[in-house]
Design a protein around this ligand. Structure first.
Ligand SMILES: [Zn+2]
Length: 385
């Protein structure tokens, strides 16, 4: 029999806990296995939100998460009345949004079972939003379950996390990711192996790379940057190149979606028929949507720059591997020759400095530093450390 938990790659250690909680949730009382607030943490791409969604499905499914019934399917497509996925594509979740959610939670579940709220980016709750949420978690409705997702436990307010049961996802192994790309996404084995290796256990990124040639070309250009840092001018140029590539990458996926969304909204307001509908609220709604899209695009560009920096870090990590005599575990085996020659002409202490410079830049970006200036500083460090 299929199960919604089958899709969680490399997370066997939490699946038993979740299945146990689902069984306990049927007993009608909060027993040891079941509780009303959970935090799923794990590195990007490990599948935090997939795990939370699978759990939500299992809680509302009459067959404990069969993955095929109406309840499972409608939860997956975000149309189940008792499963709500809160996801932000902007930089933060604001208190107004949380308050609005809380007014809905006050009602009994529509289907008489559980009401499940999944907050995919609990790390993006503003402080006041987190405090509003805390009140709700402290006084749970008996049939409401909160599933929060965040990169680490430190990203969740201590007062909130102390009331939640914590599940830590693992980075899935190279073999597990390769297998799922071949089996689930029909990707050829050689490509699946390459994509899984360079994506470092990030399943979504691996799939995107495997299916997208322009992403692979962009990645290649990023991986070539370390060879171009011969002068200060070249370092500034490399920073601009990195920003341009990351922006192009982010825009490629968002432009098409933005346009579709505006079109859909305009249709909803009757544009095309008479155009009159747009005058009453339609234009305002389009403006609001465009504002959201801009915020999402900012976030996507930042994520894309972060991805490029992670790629760069794997380059220097490979050089370290060569220095340590361990050439078998090179991640970027497609540019093995270049890595070997770079390793011959560099010292380990300088490579360690470069890797920590990349980490520092990522941290600064996570705290909203200006992307270009951050990358310029980084490239200068990479050129001269
Ligand atoms: Zn089901």
């Amino acid at each position: 029999m299929t199960s919604v938990f089958d899709d969680l790659v490399g997370q066997e250690h939490i699946i038993d806990i979740l299945k146990g909680a689902v069984v306990a949730s049927r007993s009608g009382e909060e027993s040891q296995g079941m509780t009303h607030a959970w935090v799923f943490t794990g590195p990007p791409g490990s599948g935090r939100s997939s795990a939370a969604l699978a759990f939500a499905q299992a809680l509302i499914c009459p067959n404990n998460g069969c993955g095929t019934c109406n309840d499972c399917n409608s939860a997956k497509t975000h149309s189940h009345p008792d499963v709500e996925i809160i996801r932000t594509e902007g930089l933060s979740i604001k208190v107004e949004e949380v308050r609005e959610i809380l007014t809905r939670v006050a009602w009994e579940p529509a289907m008489g079972g559980w009401r499940v709220l999944v907050i995919e980016d609990a790390d993006r709750l503003t402080e006041s939003a987190a405090n509003a949420l805390l009140k709700a978690i402290e006084e749970p409705g008996t049939r409401t379950v909160w599933l929060l997702c965040a990169p680490t436990l430190h990203d969740v307010l201590p007062t909130i996390r102390s009331r939640c049961r914590h599940l830590q996802l693992r980075t899935p192994s190279l073999e597990a990711v390769t297998k799922v790309l071949i089996k689930r996404d029909n990707i050829a084995p050689i490509m699946a192996d390459f994509a899984a290796r360079v994506s470092q256990g990030h399943i979504g990124r691996a799939k995107y790379l495997a299916k997208n040639e322009s992403a692979r070309i962009n990645r290649k250009k990023i991986m070539h940057l370390p060879f171009q840092l011969s002068s200060l001018a070249a370092a500034f140029q490399a920073a601009q190149t990195l920003i341009n590539l990351a922006t192009a990458e982010a825009n490629a996926s968002s432009d098409e979606r933005d346009e579709k969304e505006v079109q859909k909204l305009q249709e909803a307001y009757g544009k095309g028929a008479t155009g009159r509908g747009m005058a009453t609220g339609g234009a305002k709604a389009v403006k609001e949507l465009e504002r959201e899209q801009k915020s999402r695009s900012t976030r996507m560009v930042r994520d894309s720059i972060d991805g490029a920096l992670l790629d760069l870090a794997t380059f220097y990590r490979d050089v370290m591997m060569v220095h340590s005599g361990n050439t078998d575990s090179i991640i970027n085996s497609d540019i093995c020759e270049q890595i070997l020659s770079y390793a011959t002409n560099s010292h380990s202490h300088s490579i360690i400095n470069k890797i920590s410079a990349i980490e520092g830049a990522r941290e600064n970006l996570a705290h909203n530093s200006a992307p270009l200036a951050t990358c310029e500083a980084l490239m200068c460090q990479l050129a001269y450390s």
